[in-house]
Ligand binder design. Structure first.
Ligand SMILES: Cc1cc2nc3c(=O)[nH]c(=O)nc-3n(C[C@H](O)[C@H](O)[C@H](O)COP(=O)(O)O)c2cc1C
Length: 372
């Protein structure tokens, strides 16, 4: 069924990735809420925007995470999200954290660093949620399984649409010999495996809050520079984007951008903001070791995404570079997407917002391009 963007939201329900179901159930049975059954009308005329050197109908889509496999990616493209990122993969099988992963997080206003330093109430009141946790641990299947599936996701992009392949390195065991060398080599191997799928743009996740919040890779400029240089050498002309957390320190962000701009096509910001999540009794909300702190996304982090985009746009002028900026964080409406573009984003993506309103892609398209 083909529908215009105004009709789309009424035909598909929230939560195409259903947080009430396990990750494995979502992977095997999703997408949910009718997301796979409805097609947005294709905009009239040729694609008028561009991203990663490709013409796209709208430089808007879903970032790494909710699109866990090709079935989800295909549904997102059909629903009018034009630039979509396949959930981050690794060079080997990696288990998912214990269920649940996504809880409603109760934040009154912006999740500032000061607010994030105190515990936040998190529960299963997902019907009213606009901010949520995502604590999956970046699960991955073996490349033998995900490479073919990512290739199918690449093929699912229609004219004026683009699939981006997201990947990250896995830290070697503590007793491994040359740990830094092995970690770098794992990034390069992951990039090669993604390139082999036919993906025309790659994104390196440097900001996974579930990999140890004290030491996000994006805050280690020397290590990141070595890694992106080696990855870029591996993938040649393919555009490489790197996904960043919110930086509090301007000098650190400037240092990272100066060191890495020669290798990257752009920066995506932000990932999530880490915070301590507790239940109504003050106990750890998510089960299992290492999960007292989890990434928060959605409405409460929009301020941080906008702040990073604005600062990256200033740095782009300072370093006279032409890198692209992908604005991510708290985009729940087409107006929010426009706000990101206004402060310098070349593309905008929405994870939580798209899950809450699967018609968002078509709405953003409809706000920038004539719909047939
Ligand atoms: C269910 C879910 C899974 C996610 N998984 C990943 C991931 O695998 N890799 C990644 O770089 N970001 C991941 N993210 C973070 C999103 O890409 C995005 O940066 C973050 O959610 C902020 O955007 P939002 O406020 O629109 O949700 C995930 C987010 C959600 C909601």
């Amino acid at each position: 069924m083909h529908v215009g963007f105004r009709g789309l939201a009424s035909l598909i329900m929230p939560w195409f990735y259903d947080p009430r179901r396990t990750y494995e159930d979502n992977y095997a049975l999703g997408p949910f809420g009718g997301f796979g059954d409805v097609a947005a009308a294709r905009p009239d005329g040729p694609p008028r925007e561009s991203f990663a050197g490709e013409a796209v109908y709208s430089a808007f889509g879903i970032p790494a995470g909710p699109l866990v496999n090709a079935a989800f990616c295909a549904a997102a493209f059909r629903a009018g999200f034009d630039v979509n990122v396949y959930k981050t993969v690794r060079t080997r099988t990696h288990p998912v954290h214990p269920f649940p992963h996504t809880l409603a997080v109760h934040v009154d206003g912006d999740l500032t660093p000061e607010r994030a330093a105190r515990p936040l109430l998190a529960d299963d009141a997902l019907d009213e949620a606009t901010s949520i946790s995502n604590s999956f641990g970046v699960p991955s299947r073996d490349p033998d399984a995900w490479q073919a599936d990512m290739a199918a996701a690449v093929a699912a992009a229609g004219p004026g649409q683009l699939l981006v392949g997201s990947f990250q390195g896995t830290r070697p065991d503590a007793d491994a010999g040359d740990r830094d060398g092995a970690y770098l080599a794992d990034h390069v191997a992951a990039a090669r495996l993604v390139r082999e799928t036919g993906a025309r743009a790659l994104e390196l996740n440097l900001s996974c809050p579930n990999e140890g919040t004290g030491a996000l890779l994006c805050f280690d400029t020397p290590a990141v520079t070595r890694i992106v240089a080696a990855v870029k050498e591996e993938i040649g002309d393919l555009p490489l984007y790197v996904k960043l957390a919110h930086f509090r320190d301007d000098a650190a962000l400037a240092g990272l951008v100066r060191a890495t701009a020669p290798y990257v096509a752009g920066y995506a910001a932000i990932n999530t903001i880490p915070a301590r999540l507790v239940d109504a009794d003050g106990r750890q909300a998510l089960p299992g070791e290492g999960r007292a702190v989890a990434g928060v996304c959605g409405d409460a982090i929009r301020w941080a995404g906008l702040d990073m985009v604005e600062r990256l746009a200033r740095l782009r002028e300072d370093v006279s570079s032409a890198f692209e900026i992908v604005g991510v964080g708290g985009v729940l409406t087409a107006d929010h997407a426009r706000a990101y573009r206004a402060v310098g984003a070349d593309a905008v993506m929405s994870a939580t917002g798209a899950m809450l309103d699967p018609g968002l892609g078509a709405a953003v398209r409809g706000s920038t391009a004539p719909v047939a």
